[in-house]
Design a protein around this ligand. Structure first.
Ligand code: SAM
Length: 278
């Protein structure tokens, strides 16, 4: 096995989804970097892989602190398998910092791809898959959740977000307010016994999950906006020209600045240029 960092995907529910290459890499790596060694050791025992190796915990909160340790191991010529509790490393899971440091130092990095809830959910959703945006976890606080979702409103792609069962209804309510009439899909317990993927309006899904409290792990997807839903691009220059035909330059600048929250000096300079060109 070549020395370097191996990013190993693990199952997200069904043990049999582990790849043959992942098993081989997990058997041969000198060191295992994982989120929770109890979870990874349990997986190893189910797969019949020996645990007599060094296990290093590598989590979102200690990535900065643990990266130099992993780099030392890699620079000493050993191999590390980086594995998440479930799914693909780096996808709402730790790994980004160590991959970046390895790339900077010219250390070999490879991926052993496999399960990822984003992809599994999209495949089942029946929503367009040609263009999608994964936005990670929805923030927990109410205002942050609203800001987070409103920032996504004009993105012309299927949106994919991670959520937890206890927060699903709150997030669906905000989606209902902000994404009127858009199709929404909720994928739950992917690859597990009670796997389900429901599609409908946010209102329909709220009714369903109010009746039957959601359990397990959840991915929410929102259909892309229709053409007429997208906010038109603001062409400041042509708006300013129009206003300058009807009112003095200063008033036109004032209205544009107030209307669109733009920088006063920049709009004023643009107005002067338009005036000089006329
Ligand atoms: N790295 C993982 C991946 O590749 O999907 C994701 C890790 S993230 C910490 C955990 C979140 O992924 C869950 O809260 C849920 O939103 C989603 N997730 C993971 N497994 C899932 C499953 N079996 N069904 C639905 N969603 C799942």
């Amino acid at each position: 096995m070549k020395n370097g960092l191996y990013l190993v995907a693990s199952p997200i529910g069904n043990l049999n989804d582990i790849s043959a290459r992942a098993v081989q890499v997990l058997k041969e790596a000198d060191v295992i970097a994982c989120e929770d060694s109890r979870v990874t050791k349990k997986l190893f025992s189910l797969l019949g892989i020996s645990c007599t190796r060094e296990f290093i915990t590598y989590q979102n909160y200690n990535e900065e602190e643990q990266s130099p340790k992993l780099l030392d191991i890699l620079e000493s010529g050993k191999s590390i398998a980086l594995i998440s509790d479930a799914g693909s490393p780096l996808i709402s899971d730790p790994g980004y910092k160590i991959v970046r440091r390895c790339r900077e130092k010219g250390i070999y990095v490879t991926t052993v791809p496999g399960c990822c809830a984003v992809i599994a959910a999209l495949q089942l959703s029946g929503l367009p898959t040609n263009r999608f945006m994964f936005a990670g976890f929805v923030p927990n606080k109410e205002k942050a959740r609203i800001d987070f979702l409103s920032d996504l409103r004009n993105i012309p792609s299927t949106l994919v977000i991670y959520e937890t069962a206890p927060r699903l209804l709150k997030t669906l309510s905000v989606i209902n307010e902000l994404f009127e009439n858009r199709e929404v899909a909720v994928a739950r317990e992917l690859t597990k016994m009670y796997e389900e993927c429901l599609r409908g309006t946010a209102e329909e899904l709220i009714a369903h999950y109010t009746d039957k409290a959601p359990k397990g792990e959840i991915v929410i997807m929102i259909a892309p906006p229709s053409e007429n839903e997208l906010e038109p691009e603001i062409n400041v220059e042509s708006l300013l020209k129009e206003k300058m035909k009807k009112m003095p330059l200063k008033s036109a600048v004032k209205e544009i600045v107030a209307g669109f929250g733009l920088n006063k000096n920049e709009v004023y300079e643009l107005a002067l240029r338009i005036k000089n060109e006329q």
